[in-house]
Design a binder for this molecule. Sequence first.
Ligand code: ATP
Ligand code: MG
Length: 563
Amino acid sequence: MKMSNMLVSTLREVPAEAEIESHKLMLRAGMMRKMASGIYNFMPLGLKVLKNVQNIVREEMNNAGAQEFLASALLPSELWKESGRWDAYGAEMFRLKDRNDREFCLGPTHEEVFTDIARNEIKSYKQLPVNLYQIQTKYRDERRPRFGVMRSREFVMKDAYSFDKDEAGLDVSYNKMYEAYVNIFNRCGLDAKCVEADSGAIGGSNSAEFMVKSEVGEDDVVFCTACDYAANIEKASSTPEMGEKEEMKELNKIETPNTRTIEDLVKFFNTSEKNFAKTLIYKADGKIVAVMIRGDREVNETKVSNALGGTTEFEMADVESVMKATGAQVGFAGPVGIKVDELLVDIEVANMFNFVVGANETGYHYENVNYGRDFEGKVGDYRNITVGEKCPRCGETITIARGTEVGHIFKLGTKYSEAMNATFIDENGESKPFIMGCYGIGVTRTMASIIEQHHDENGIIWPISVAPYHVSLIPVNIKDELQMKVAEEMYQKLRTAGVDVIMDDRNERAGVKFKDSDLMGIPMRITIGKKISEGQVEFKLRNSSDIEVINIQDVYNKVKEQF
Ligand code: ATP
Ligand code: MG
């Protein structure tokens, strides 16, 4: 490509709307332009990178035995009603009607579509396993689109769906996808860590996310400082802290006026937050549920929701419901005598002694409360893990970092195949639901994440595997005949050898050309200037400050060395 022909305009100023480096640089390098909130047009330069990432994804998916497919993005509501997600998906789904008033959506994901394809096309166990994937545009009306294509409303996803005859088959399909993902992110030059993720009410090690560490990430990832334990905060556990064993003292009701918060109580009782247990009241699918955690802890709503069998609607109870359950104003809830459909007790609380709880009476608390003697409930892990706790695997210290999810692999089991009656005939002639897995990669998000990990103050530093061009060829003075002649020859020769070159033949100062080349992140720069009269050019890598003077005969080998 000749720069004079390319529709690209780089920006010197940082666009006001962009908060993170990848977003700023994609706009500044002229890779994309915004159309509306969370909606972007890809310009030629950006599209080249997007395609390079897609091709890496495609090659690795094909290597793993998956077959490429392309489903429609415009989806009839009927399919989603079969799975129950037409209602459950909520406001994130873009919905529309056709001229005959039939309901459709713009696909936010495609489990239903691929389950439908499988039930129509796959009849026998002999056809299994099958893994179908597509690289396609998805639509989600995100509550807060931001950070450019990191969280946009239209984005490119690779989604794959595997169909197996049994669990053992699913394990194989899942592991193949895990390996493919490791290869994909490695080839993209992205340092992505695989972490255990929440898999809903199914539980177990059935879901993993590929996370990129990032200060602007929207997920919290729990890491062990000693072993390789890593999990999304939604899922992460720890070795619970067990209270010192004490003699159980007599239960005692105490008047505690104006003590609604843990802070007030700590002052009043002159003791630590760890001697209190909070009782929080929720509404879950119409039921009233109380969750008890230690005074200094936070409830993990994902864990609670899973313990309740995967609730779809889950929120803090309103004042009226709290009054009904406790007979008291907000701030005095406790487990003794509470009227709720379910009482969930965090394992730490079940192992505390002589602690303080609300007395379900306005202005009163109980002290010397003990699990088992004074109340009982469903004991489990219902809280968020915090920095400094002990790893559930090795007992060493845990730390927490922010991360961005670039990929997700998930064992679905029969969730969709049962709901949608998608079956095959097994070895014994019996009809069985497919055992499914689903596997997503945010392709546009991956692209932005690569920039987050590969840039400096001058711009992007693309890994060669995804770079829009490999070489930036810069004749310093386009009016100099010799410079232009050599540049033209080098351009043709490199291109013929399969090297993607952009030649900056604009009538601009060399400094401007260098700046643009750096901003766009082209991995190699060849400058043809005055030394050309001695048959020499300058060679520079984007990720180094060294400039080498080389003979034009050596250019080809020098370039090839970089791949
Ligand atoms: P998140 O928690 O970030 O919203 P998700 O759990 O909704 O992600 P999935 O449904 O698993 O995401 O989608 C698969 C992949 O698609 C994600 O791993 C992510 O890389 C990408 N993705 C999801 N939502 C967006 C978005 N709004 N913009 C860009 N990429 C996205
Ligand atoms: Mg989401």
